[in-house]
Design a protein around this ligand. Sequence first.
Ligand SMILES: [Zn+2]
Length: 104
Amino acid sequence: MLSMSDGFDQTDSSAAGERNHMDEHPQNAWNTVQYDARFDEYWIKAGDARQSLFYCPWCGEKLPPTQRDRWFDEVEALGLDPWNDEVPDRFRSAAWRRAIRPIG
Ligand SMILES: [Zn+2]
C-alpha cells in the first residue's frame, strides 16, 4: 500500500490505470522516463533528485505543464500539510484533477 512513509518520490500510476504519453513509446519499457500521475509530470532520475522533463526525449513533443503547484495548493486548501499529513486517495493519482473544475 502507498503511504507517505514509502517516500514522497514514490507513486503508483499504473495501479490507477492512468494512460500517459509514455504509453506511446515502447522505448520507455525500462521506465527511463517516470510519470507522476499526481502532478501530470514526467521526470528522470538525476542522482538523488528528479529532473522534470518539458519535452518528450523520444519524440520531442512538448509535454503538458506540471500540475505540482496546483496539487500543493489543493492539498493545503484542505488544511493538510502535504509533507506530513495523509492526503486523500484522490491526491495519490490523477483523480484530484478530474474532481476539480478547470480554472476559468
Ligand atoms: Zn513522445
